[in-house]
Design a protein around this ligand. Sequence first.
Ligand code: TAP
Length: 453
Amino acid sequence: MSTYTVINPANEQPVRQVTLTSAEETDAAIERAAKAQQRWRNVAPGDRAKLLRAFAAQVDAHIDELAALETAGSGHPTGAATWEAGQVRDVLQYYSAAPERMFGKQIPVPGGLDVTFAEPLGVVGLIVPWNFPMPILSWGMAPALAAGCAVVAKPAEMTPLTAIRIGELALQAGLPEGVFQVLPGKGSVVGQRLVEHPLVRKIVFTGSTEVGQQIMTGCARHIKRLTLELGGKSANIVFADADVEKAAATAPYAVFDNAGQDCCARSRILVEASVLDKFMALLEPAVQAVRVGDPTAADTEMGPLISAAHRAHVASYVQADAPVAFRGSAPQGPGYWYPPTVLAPVAANSPAYTEEIFGPVVTVTPFTGEDEAIAMANDSPYGLSGSIWTGNVGRAIRVARGVETGNLSVNSHSSVRYWTPFGGFKQSGLGRELGPDAMDAFTEIKNVFIATE
Ligand code: TAP
């Protein structure tokens, strides 16, 4: 049995020892899940709904504990971590309404009638990244459980603590043993077994596009269902007719939230050339005002990066000769700190402009006219998120329709709402999470003909 230590990224101190799950233990958990699922799918819809509401209530009663655990284990500022724990509760609550609304169709056909049933897929393997351990766990877990699937979740190796605790809360809420299991461990061991094991009927993966490609290949061997939520390099497009003050004031939060470790980070700001100088003059104080520091402090807005290795990766995009326009602050001393950084001007082929940095680094580039803004936004293999700032409603709609991305906001920097669909275009992923149709991802439609003659 091997263990490792979760490190607090804000001070580099050990937080807790965690046991790595082996391949054999993963197989045993999958087999337990498959047995439990046979019973879970037959729990009356109203009772499944009640258990999900009880689970939500358990999470609600432990919001502060979960938030503190996330702050210690992932470095998320306490305000953000509290919101994230609340998101788990809310997502469970939202999907607790689903079991009693899993309607089929009645289709008239000659000689009888046809009815359809939404049948649960079976065991779902949920592979979670380190950047938002709680919300991303809940986006797969809640609709899968509601659909009557059993879930085996693998949190990221660096950030397993809140998922482990949420697994305990599920049992305390009364979910039957084996219906929801959390297996801390390595992607190359636990994650891979989930992909390879034939009893796992679906993988929900959130993470890098590179690992997503490997998982897609592995799932192809079993024709295994798959949802992929992958990387992003989203554009924040600011037109001259926008409320430029508001666009500049919110731009830091659209990219530096979670220290830029956010798949939806608007890490390319595109500004109409005629207001570029005004925008930059407004952006500088906004970036410098971002409160970076001790994540346990109530007013901290940005914490550290997740690890020393990730900080080195982020820093590699800002070499000594990088065009740093201005920066915010970051604490000195222990912790994986990196200041909010604005690069301008950047070449269109610069890695900082084309690659997902996943840190608090943003580029600012001017454009001329709507067509160029759309072309620049689309000049990326990714298509996850983005924002459009304009006072012209027609333009807002034209540009929103033109940008090849799954989730856009107009005159707002908001990203994810659990009651609307979420997912990517192009290499940002496959399938949709959240919203009222998320249950479709965890069920198969079965069609039954009943003869009447
Ligand atoms: P990855 O390195 O891809 O890891 C994601 C998860 O996959 C981790 O749990 C990892 O385990 C596991 N994994 C690694 N190799 C695996 C394998 N061969 N088989 C099965 N599982 C494996 O991503 P990350 O660095 O944690 O997260 C950052 C990336 O996620 C960014 O690209 C970001 O954009 C993306 N992301 C996307 C979204 C959405 S919703 N589109 C949301 C958040 C993040 P270990 O912990 O052992 O590495």
